[in-house]
Design a protein around this ligand. Structure first.
Ligand code: CA
Length: 226
């Protein structure tokens, strides 16, 4: 469940927004002051912060700066002023997005989804399966910290299997997804690359760890550490 921290000193706004977000399926924590909000923002379970800029004890800009000093948790600021220069300053301080007050819960929720999608998309470039770490942006894979020397198709195949971890994938699907080839008797290509990949992962078909094949069905990548 996604946990939203709402830092807002106005009782009515806080209650109504918290209720609306809870109805949308979010876990919601609320705080009324900057210092308490800051503490809650850096807690592990907080996935996103909605921060009112006008707080009784601290300036909201200061709260953003302090959050950013220790955390990358996404922050959406709620500003009373629709002032472009002010908004640019807030984004420069590290806010991820903003809503202008008065805002409604539906609008805020759309901004929350957009920010989480953006953040989530960045994170998904790195896939971890047990001791395997596959970085799709860098086109690098490591096993137990050691960089693997993989050919392009070996990497692509590993990355595809890793994003479908635990799922049996047919050779036809691998040919289509990795080689962009329709099925046509070229499944030996997959077998050959699988055997090379296996060797580079230090395992064999007889004693598989990460790569498990089933004759006539396909192949799957599993986490041998679980
Ligand atoms: Ca306020």
């Amino acid at each position: 469940m996604t946990t939203i921290l709402l830092i807002e000193d106005d009782h009515r706004i806080r209650e109504s927004i918290a209720r609306a977000l809870a109805e949308e399926g979010y876990a919601v924590k609320t705080e009324r002051e900057g210092m308490e909000g800051l503490k809650a923002a850096v807690e592990e379970e907080t996935d996103l912060v909605v921060l009112d800029l006008g707080l009784p004890d601290m300036d909201g800009r200061q709260v953003i700066k302090l959050i950013r000093a220790v955390s990358e948790v996404p922050v959406i600021v709620a500003t009373a002023r629709d002032d472009q220069e002010e908004i640019v300053r807030l984004l420069d301080l590290g806010a991820d997005d903003y809503v202008v007050k008065p805002y409604n819960a539906k609008h805020l929720e759309a901004r929350i989804r957009a920010v989480l999608r953006r953040i989530g998309g960045e994170e998904s470039a790195v896939v971890t399966v047990g001791g395997l770490v596959i970085d799709q942006d860098a086109h690098e894979a490591r096993l137990d910290g050691r960089l693997l020397d993989l050919a392009a198709k070996e990497f692509d195949m590993l990355a595809y299997l890793a994003t479908n971890v635990g799922k049996m994938i047919s050779k036809r699907e691998i040919l289509a997804q990795v080689w962009r080839l329709p099925y046509g008797g070229a499944d030996k290509t997959v077998d050959v690359h699988l055997s090379w990949l296996r060797r580079k992962l230090g395992e064999t078909a007889a004693e598989p760890r990460y790569i498990h094949t089933r004759r006539g069905v396909g192949v799957k990548l599993v986490d041998p550490t679980t």
